[in-house]
Ligand binder design. Structure first.
Ligand SMILES: NC(=O)c1ccc[n+]([C@@H]2O[C@H](COP(=O)([O-])OP(=O)(O)OC[C@H]3O[C@@H](n4cnc5c(N)ncnc54)[C@H](O)[C@@H]3O)[C@@H](O)[C@H]2O)c1
Ligand SMILES: O=C(O)[C@H](O)CO
Length: 414
C-alpha cells in the first residue's frame, strides 16, 4: 500500500482528475485546466525527487492525466497504473523525455507530451552564459574577489580566451543548438562548425541569409564589396565562416568552444569520452546544457586535472543531483544546477504546454502539426487552440494531427 502524499486541490468538483507531481510556475496552466472541468491536484510534498511509489499514490484509482517532471521514472509501472486508473495522457514539463520509456506508454495507449520551443532561447542563452563564464574565468575571479585576494591590477590576472574570430562547435544542431550557434556567430563573430545527423538547413540559411542581407545593405550603400566576408573585412574584421562537419571528431579537433545539444539516447550516451576529450584543443571550452550522461563525467574530471587550461561549463550532470568525485574541486569547471530553462516566461510556458498536452488528450483534441511553432498556445490574452501542442508518440498511437490553426476553440465548462 503506497504512502499518501500531500496535495493541494483546485476545482474539487471538476469532472476530470489531473495530477501534477510538482507545483509549477504561474497560474495560467491551472486556470486552463479548471476552465475545462478538470479537478487539479498538485503534489506539495517537500522532497525534491518523487519515487515511483509516491507517484503511484498520486495516481490512485482514478486519474485522467498526469503532468510530471524529468526527475521521475516513467516506465512500465507508472504507465500501467495510469491506464488502470483510466488515464489517457502524461506530459513531462520538459522538452527532453529520456526519463520516459515511450514503448511502455505505447503499450498502455498513454500519450506522452513534452514542451519544445518555449525553452529554446532561454536554454541557448544559458549555454552562451556558460561559454562566456568559462572562457573569461568569471566564477574563479568572483571567488577571488570575495576572498579579499585582489590587491591590484596585474598583466596576468585571470587571463582567459577571446571568443571573437574563434570557432564555435555545436554538436546537435536542433532547436537549441541552432539558437546557440546564432547567438555565438552574431554576438561574437565566431566561425561555426557543427555536427548533427541531419542538415541544419534553417541554421545554414540564417548564416547565409544574414551574410546576404548584410552584403546587400552594404552593397547598396557603398557599391564596394562582393561578399559578406569582404563586408566584414572592409570593416576591419575577420570574415565569418561555417561548415557542417562529416564527423563529430572534426568538430572536436577544430573548435575552440564546443557546446553539446543533442537528445540523450543510446547514440549520445558518453558521446564525449576519454578518447574524444584527448583530441580536443588543450585550451578548448566545453559546454553541456543537454543531459549529463552525454559526457563521461569521470573521464572529464581526469581531463580537467591533466589540462588546467581546458575549461568546462556544465548545467547537467551524469548522476544528478550529484557530481562525480573531484569535479567540485576543479577551478576550470563552472557548474550550475540544471537551470538552463529557468526564466519566468519559459517556465510558465512549459507548465502551460504540459497542461495543454494532458487537457487535449482528455478532450480528444488533435495533435498540433508543428511542435516548433507553439506561440499560439502561449499568448496569455487569447484562448489556446483546441489541440495538444506536442505529443511524442502521436504516430504510434495513431493520433489525428491537425494541419490547420483555424480549428474550433474550446468552450468553457458549463
Ligand atoms: N539543461 C536544460 O535545462 C535543458 C533545457 C532544454 C533542453 N535540454 C536538452 O536539450 C535537448 C535538445 O533539445 P532541442 O529542443 O534542441 O531538441 P531537438 O530535437 O530540436 O535537437 C536535438 C538535435 O540532436 C540531434 N542528434 C540526435 N542524435 C544525435 C547524435 N548521435 N549526434 C549528433 N546529433 C544528434 C538531432 O538530430 C537534433 O537535431 C533535449 O532533448 C534536452 O535533453 C536541456
Ligand atoms: O529537457 C528540458 O526541458 C530541461 O532539461 C528542463 O528545462
Amino acid at each position: 500500500m503506497a504512502k499518501p502524499v500531500s496535495i493541494e486541490v483546485w476545482n474539487p468538483s471538476g469532472k476530470y482528475r489531473v495530477v501534477s507531481t510538482k507545483p509549477m510556475p504561474g497560474t495560467r496552466w491551472i486556470r486552463l485546466l479548471t476552465d475545462q472541468d478538470c479537478r487539479v491536484e498538485i503534489c506539495t510534498e517537500k522532497k525534491t525527487i518523487l519515487s515511483v511509489e509516491d507517484i503511484l499514490s498520486l495516481i490512485g484509482n482514478r486519474c485522467d492525466g498526469v503532468i510530471g517532471q524529468l526527475t521521475e521514472d516513467w516506465g512500465e509501472v507508472l504507465f500501467s497504473a495510469l491506464r488502470r486508473a483510466g488515464g489517457k495522457a502524461f506530459s513531462n514539463m520538459a522538452v527532453g523525455y529520456n526519463n520516459v520509456v515511450v514503448g511502455a506508454a505505447n503499450k498502455y495507449g498513454i500519450a506522452v507530451g513534452n514542451t519544445p520551443g518555449v525553452l529554446t532561447e532561454t536554454t541557448a542563452e544559458l549555454a552562451a552564459s556558460l561559454s562566456l563564464a568559462a572562457s573569461r574565468r568569471i566564477v574563479e575571479a568572483d571567488q577571488f574577489m570575495r576572498a579579499g585576494l585582489y590587491d591590484g591590477w596585474l598583466p596576468h590576472l585571470f587571463v582567459g580566451n577571446l571568443l571573437k574570430g574563434q570557432t564555435v562547435g555545436v554538436i546537435g544542431a536542433g532547436r537549441i543548438g541552432s539558437a546557440y550557434a546564432r547567438m555565438m556567430i552574431e554576438g561574437f563573430k565566431m566561425n561555426l562548425i557543427y555536427y548533427d545527423l541531419y542538415q541544419a538547413t534553417r541554421l545554414e540559411k540564417f548564416v547565409t541569409g544574414m551574410s546576404l542581407l548584410a552584403f546587400s545593405i552594404y552593397n547598396c550603400i557603398s557599391g564596394l564589396v562582393s561578399s559578406y566576408g569582404e563586408f566584414l573585412k572592409a570593416n576591419g574584421e575577420q570574415p565569418v565562416t561555417w561548415k557542417r562537419a562529416s564527423s563529430m571528431e572534426d568538430v572536436l579537433r577544430e573548435a575552440d568552444v564546443i557546446s553539446l545539444h543533442p537528445v540523450l539516447d543510446k547514440t549520445t550516451y558518453h558521446l564525449i569520452n576519454k578518447e574524444r576529450l584527448a583530441i580536443m584543443k588543450k585550451e578548448a571550452i566545453l559546454v553541456n546544457a543537454s543531459r549529463g550522461p552525454v559526457i563521461d563525467e569521470a573521464a572529464l574530471v581526469e581531463h580537467l586535472k591533466q589540462n588546467p587550461m581546458f575549461r568546462v561549463g556544465l548545467d547537467v550532470f551524469e548522476d544528478e543531483p550529484f557530481m562525480k568525485p573531484g569535479l567540485a574541486d576543479m577551478k576550470n569547471a563552472v557548474v550550475v544546477p540544471h537551470i538552463a530553462s529557468a526564466s519566468k516566461w519559459t517556465r510558465e510556458g512549459m507548465a502551460t504546454l504540459a497542461a495543454l498536452n494532458v487537457l487535449g488528450k482528455i478532450k480528444g483534441y488533435p495533435i498540433w502539426s508543428d511542435p516548433n511553432r507553439i506561440e499560439s498556445f502561449l499568448d496569455e490574452n487569447s484562448v489556446p487552440p483546441a489541440a495538444c501542442p506536442s505529443i511524442v508518440n502521436a504516430k504510434e498511437l495513431d493520433d489525428c494531427i491537425t494541419y490547420c490553426s483555424c480549428i474550433p476553440q474550446p468552450q468553457p465548462a458549463e
